[in-house]
Ligand binder design. Structure first.
Ligand code: NAD
Length: 355
């Protein structure tokens, strides 16, 4: 089915409100999930709600919880997300870090113990809106591992996303690299399973360490694993997310002595930079335009799988189409949303009537 974006927003905020959130919090969560769908990242859109409701039921996600500043020292700020909705607490922590960066030019922000912060690009977009550059490193805890180490046969890590954000120049649009450091995000495997599609070749291992394209291996026992992206180089970055976002924020890594209660906790280490403290902005913009044009004007390789683009472009293209045509929601995901609604007292007819 195809759902208009405003209607999907209503569906999400109705369910989040019924699950106990204030109207403001429900609206933040709905804005975030909807934008993930609009940018083409269905893995981090409305389909996450059943997982969130399970976490609430198990006491692992606490609605109506704000980010708490637990220490600050000049341009270093440490926040505890207190297991609140990640979409809310990470946004609040970023808001405060952005304000500080406008004074100091540079901020190191640590956020620990947030429930799933969702599409990390959202926080890159927040820094871009304030004309700041951000480098965001995230790890995942409180969840059984799903990602193998390079050359490993079983899951030891998680999908540890990174997001690098650079404001646009007027000519060159903002550049937003936002990705899991596993070959595919776990949510993309969930979407593949729900739509009955195989995962791409070379991305998954079964529970015995053999290559497979069956996404079910990640959702059954004993579980399989997703491979890290970029062979040993990518694995190095995935591992640094454990060190920077896990260890350095105080949130913890995926090592086995840390709890694995089955929710998704994210920790994030963010570096915010005000570019005008380093270089003249006109010069910077001209240089960004020049390198962007040079990259985009390259002739296409014989084995190219797409047009040449800079990070952020696929999301802009998806958004233009989905704002106009609506968002595809597969029948399994819609069924899961109806069941999630029912679990918090919303009859399926009420959600159907919104369509
Ligand atoms: P992906 O594989 O679609 O990669 C997305 C990135 O690559 C984007 O920056 C995009 O602009 C860029 N890109 C894609 N195709 C391109 C092309 N042809 N040319 C140039 N650039 C291109 O994303 P993913 O790894 O599946 O991650 C999806 C989402 O999942 C992200 O928003 C991420 O933040 C989120 N995520 C969150 C968590 C969490 O724990 N909160 C964990 C993993 C992933």
């Amino acid at each position: 089915m195809i759902i208009n974006s405003q209607i999907l927003h209503k569906v999400i905020s109705k369910i989040v409100s019924a699950a106990g959130s204030s109207a403001d919090e429900a609206s933040i969560v709905a804005d975030h999930l909807l934008r993930a769908n609009l940018t083409g990242h269905d893995s981090h859109g409305a389909g996450m709600l059943p997982t969130y409701l399970r976490s609430i039921k198990n006491g692992l996600l606490k609605p109506n919880t704000a980010a708490k500043l637990i220490s600050e020292n000049g341009s270093i700020m440490v926040f505890d997300g207190q297991r609140g909705y990640g979409q809310r607490v990470a946004r609040e922590a970023m808001d405060q870090a952005i304000l500080r960066c406008q004074e100091t030019g540079l901020v190191l922000m640590a956020l620990r113990n947030a429930h799933h912060i969702g599409r990390v690009g959202t926080y890159g977009e927040q820094s871009i809106a304030a004309r700041l550059i951000s480098l965001n490193f995230v790890n995942v805890t409180n969840h059984p591992p799903v990602v193998a180490v390079h050359n490993g046969a079983d899951a030891r890590l998680l999908t540890n996303p990174i997001c690098f954000a650079m404001p646009g120049t007027g000519q060159t649009p903002e550049i937003l690299l936002d990705m899991a450091t596993s070959k595919i995000a776990l949510g993309k495997a969930r979407v593949a399973m729900n739509t009955g599609n195989p995962a791409p070749d070379g991305t998954l291992l079964d529970s015995e360490g053999n290559p497979t394209t069956d996404p079910q291996v990640l959702f059954s026992e004993p579980g399989g694993a997703i491979k890290p992206f970029g062979e040993y180089k990518g694995f190095g970055i995935t591992f640094f997310c454990e060190l920077l976002a896990g260890a350095l924020t105080g949130g913890g890594t995926s090592q086995p002595m840390n709890p694995r209660d089955g929710s998704i906790i994210n920790n994030m280490l963010t570096i915010l930079i005000d570019p005008q403290r380093l270089v003249d902005l006109d010069w910077l913009h001209a240089e960004v335009d020049a390198i962007a044009n040079y990259a985009l004007e390259s002739p296409q390789a014989a084995d190219a799988d797409n047009d040449i683009m800079l990070a952020g472009e696929p999301e802009r293209l998806a958004m233009a189409i989905r704002l106009q045509d609506g968002i595809p929601i597969d029948p399994n995901t819609w069924q899961e949303l109806l069941e999630a609604g029912k679990s918090v007292g919303i009859d399926s007819d009420i959600l159907h009537s919104l369509l």
